[in-house]
Design a protein around this ligand. Sequence first.
Ligand SMILES: [Zn+2]
Length: 352
Amino acid sequence: MTADAPPRETAHYETVEGGAVRCLVCPRTCVIPEGERGVCGVRQNRDGRLYLTTYGRAVSTSIDPIEKKPLFHVAPGADVLSVATKGCNLQCDFCQNYRIAIEYEGVTEYDRPPEELADRIEAGEADGMAYTYTEPTIFMEYALDTMAASPDDALQVFVSNGYMRPETVDTLAPHLDAINVDIKGDRQFYREHAGVPDPEPIFETVERFAEKGVHVEVTNLIIPGENDDEASLRERMEWIADEVGTETPVHVSRFHPDYKLTDVPSTPIETIERAMEIAREAGLSYVYSGNVPGHESESTYCPDCGRLLIEREGFAVREIDLDDGACPSCGREIPIRGTPRGPSNGRRRRVF
Ligand SMILES: [Zn+2]
């Protein structure tokens, strides 16, 4: 339970005058004076070099169903080791993980070097790794080393806000099976609620990963009165259908009050259902609800004939009914990355 893993020097920076460095991982490209840290709180200038201070220092290494990420079209029923460090490059006022992402006073860090995480996969505790809960972009050196140490057939997935530079996408893409990117709203929403001056790089990230063959799923958290108007929902969903593809699984997720946004009520189920309808009208084939346990839209249906193909209940996969990756009734190919592991195997969920 120690927290003495050494910080790791990163390769993703350039030096600027006066002993400062410019971090090149996310679009903020923070210019960081000697001794200071970037907006993320974890990338620090020490003697004119940029270090990741959270390298090997995890705040979570729990085992989760991959459905929890959410990733519904990646090895259904798989378990993943969820790796997070503290810190984030956004400051969302509705953050559900703000204790580890933004404030992190008193958060316990555990010494978990990449090899130790990889050993847990080797031992059969999970089918792969998810870099999640906080923004993995800012601890990418730790994530990349963990990927390198992992067995070749281990799943490697990111759950990301997408706020990274194109060069970062290029570095990560060859090592990732899948990514879920949270598209939160329009330009005004990002400025008001996430501290992001220009969300354009986020949309570019989604397109770029898809172009590089990484399986992409998109989450949109719907917050009443903030990003639930029909016009902006339609614009978002049409953008996904047009630019990423109609086969992209989309998760329309229910908001619950958290962090600084406690005066906004939970999203009404009708709003979630209307948003899913808009997504389908935009041509998207696989539209799921999130945070609505027991809703029929947690399951996968054939877009052509409507047959129930993957039955889910919460994060558990109850039944998989696919014929060599296609609908047994009509033969439609269903995009699933990786071999299905489910129905959920009842492996005990371990949290340390
Ligand atoms: Zn069918």
